[in-house]
Design a protein around this ligand. Structure first.
Ligand SMILES: Cc1cc2nc3c(=O)[nH]c(=O)nc-3n(C[C@H](O)[C@H](O)[C@H](O)COP(=O)(O)O)c2cc1C
Length: 227
C-alpha cells in the first residue's frame, strides 16, 4: 500500500471483530509509530496498553460513569468538557462537527430525535466499541501542552497508518480519556502522565456499514488560501 492509498484507506473503525491482537504485532505497531516527528525530537508520547481483564474493567466503569451522567473530566481541556460544545466555534466548523455526528448516527439508522438510539451509540462509544485493545497516549505533565499534543497527534496518525498496514483498524477516541482518575485506578498509568487521547485498536468487522460510509471533506476553497 503506498502512502496516498494509506491516507485514503485509514478511517475510524467502530465495530471490531472478537479477535485478539497478537502481542508481537501490537508491540511492532506501537514502536513503529514512534518514528513520528516531534518538537526537538522530544518524543513526548507515552503509551499505556489496556487489554484483557483490565480493559474489561475500565470498559464497564467508563460506561457506568457515562450512564450515571458524570461529566467528563479529562486531564486536558477538550471540547467535551465545555458543555455546549460548538457554541463559540466558527460556523463552518460547527457545521462539520454536527454533520459528522449526523453521518455516523444516520449510518446506524439513528434519527435526530431518537434518544434511545443515541444512548445506545454513546454507550458503545464509552465501551470503546468493544475493541480488544485500548491505547492511552499521554505526556509528562511538566511539558507545555501545545507542542506535546501536536506531537501526540503525529504519533497517533502514524500508529493508525501502521495498524492499517497490518490489517488492523483504529478509532482515535476522546471518549477514551474522559475519566482519567478511573483509568489510573485500574491501569499502569505512570505518575505525572497527562492522558491526552485514547486509540481503540483491533481487527475491523468488514460487514459493518459504520466502517464503510462515505466521509465528507471540506473543499480546499474553505481552508486553503493563496494557492
Ligand atoms: C482528537 C480526536 C478525538 C476523537 N474522538 C472520538 C470519539 O470519542 N468517538 C468517536 O467515535 N470518534 C472519535 N474520533 C474520530 C473522528 O470522529 C473521526 O476521525 C472523524 O469523523 C473523521 O473520520 P475518519 O477518522 O474516518 O477519517 C476522534 C478523532 C480525533 C482526531
Amino acid at each position: 500500500m503506498d502512502v496516498s492509498e494509506a491516507l485514503k484507506n485509514r478511517r475510524s473503525i467502530r465495530v471490531f471483530q472478537n479477535r485478539p491482537v497478537p502481542a508481537e504485532l501490537l508491540k511492532k505497531i506501537i514502536v513503529a509509530a514512534a518514528e513520528a516527528p516531534s518538537a526537538g525530537n522530544t518524543q513526548p508520547w507515552e503509551v499505556v496498553v489496556a487489554q484483557g481483564e483490565a480493559l474489561e474493567t475500565v470498559r464497564v466503569r467508563n460506561e457506568q460513569l457515562y450512564l450515571d451522567g458524570v461529566p467528563a473530566r479529562a486531564d486536558l481541556p477538550n471540547i467535551f468538557n465545555a458543555g455546549k460544545v460548538t457554541e463559540a466555534w466558527p460556523e463552518k466548523l460547527a457545521k462539520r462537527y454536527q454533520d459528522c455526528g449526523r453521518l455516523v448516527l444516520g449510518t446506524l439508522g439513528i434519527e435526530r430525535g431518537d434518544k434511545t438510539g443515541r444512548q445506545a451509540f454513546y454507550r458503545a462509544m464509552h465501551r470503546f466499541f468493544e475493541a480488544p485493545v485500548l491505547l492511552l497516549i499521554g505526556f509528562d505533565k511538566r511539558l507545555p501542552e501545545g507542542y506535546a499534543m501536536y506531537d501526540l497527534g503525529l504519533y497517533s496518525q502514524c500508529l493508525c497508518l501502521e495498524a492499517l498496514a497490518e490489517g488492523l483498524g483504529t478509532c482515535i477516541m476522546a471518549a477514551g480519556v474522559f475519566y482519567p482518575d478511573m483509568l489510573r485506578a485500574h491501569l499502569p498509568v505512570p505518575p505525572n502522565l497527562n492522558l491526552g487521547i485514547g486509540i481503540a485498536l483491533g481487527y475491523p468487522d468488514p460487514a459493518a456499514p459504520i466502517n464503510h460510509f462515505e466521509r465528507q471533506y471540506a473543499p480546499p476553497e474553505e481552508w486553503v488560501y493563496g494557492l
